[in-house]
Write a protein that binds this ligand. Structure first.
Ligand code: SF4
Ligand code: SF4
Length: 238
């Protein structure tokens, strides 16, 4: 299932990623990125260490990163980019690491990485079906009780509420929440096909099916479990 590379090639693969080229120059290990990073405040996460590992070009250590939880903690806010004295962007390096982890199938080795499956399924599914990555018609309050009773009321009265806010909810034409025409959805599908996104989605699904079998779950159980379950040990105060 995994597209395993010869050992000694992971750093080379990473170096080809345009996000890596843009986000990594040379790190002086000053720790400014970690000090500014909101994810580091909550998670057991240290972008300085990640940049240091990558800088050493040691494939065994990079492999451990690709299988780790840590590369999935970044919120991609890019605060680190604004403060680094060497003009690195730890967030972009993390994106390149995540991409390689997904490309090689290592994302299923970590709990946070396994969330790639429900997110890919839901968000790309919404984009290809509706033209929106998030849409009120696909949002189930039962799956997000944290959104609160006011938002439940908004969902229950969405036509009236979105209409009052000036949206064109569920209608043809222009404006927010309009119905995206079929020919535009076909174009989106063609873009996914041409750019390799469709192939990536299929690969994420295949790796996840394999992991679900290992965990003794159906795909429905696996999707729900990976979306909802959070083990202890991710956060600084645990
Ligand atoms: S702020 Fe820049 S130079 Fe300092 S540790 Fe982070 S990536 Fe390295
Ligand atoms: S982009 Fe990631 S590493 Fe950088 S500050 Fe934001 S959460 Fe931290």
């Amino acid at each position: 299932m995994l597209y395993l590379l010869n050992m000694g090639k992971l750093f080379d693969e990473l170096s080809k990623d345009y996000r890596f080229k843009e986000g990594f120059k040379t790190c002086i290990n000053c720790g400014t990125c970690t000090a500014i990073c909101p994810a580091a405040e909550f998670y057991k996460y240290d972008p300085r260490k990640i940049l240091d590992i990558v800088q050493r070009k040691d494939d065994d250590e990079i492999l451990a990163l690709l299988k780790s939880e840590t590369i999935w903690y970044c919120g991609e806010c890019m605060s680190c980019m604004t403060r680094c004295p060497r003009k690195n962007a730890a967030g972009l390096v993390i994106m390149a690491l995540r991409n390689l982890s997904a490309k090689l199938g290592y994302f299923t080795c970590s709990e946070k990485g396994r969330q790639l499956y429900p997110l890919t399924k839901v968000l790309t599914g919404n984009i290809l079906k509706l033209g929106y990555c998030v849409h009120p018609d696909t949002y189930k309050y039962e799956d997000h009780p944290e959104s609160g009773p006011v938002f439940k009321w908004v969902l229950d009265n969405r036509e009236e509420v979105y209409g009052r806010l000036g949206a064109n909810y569920g209608r043809q034409g222009t404006g927010a929440l309009r119905v995206i025409p079929k020919e535009d959805l076909d174009e989106l599908q063609a873009i996914f096909d041409e750019t390799g996104a469709t192939e990536r989605i299929d690969f994420v699904e295949k790796c996840s099916e394999q992991k679900a079998r290992e965990m003794g779950m159906t795909m429905e159980e696996y999707g729900k479990y990976t979306f909802e379950h959070c083990s202890r040990g991710h956060f600084n105060d645990e």
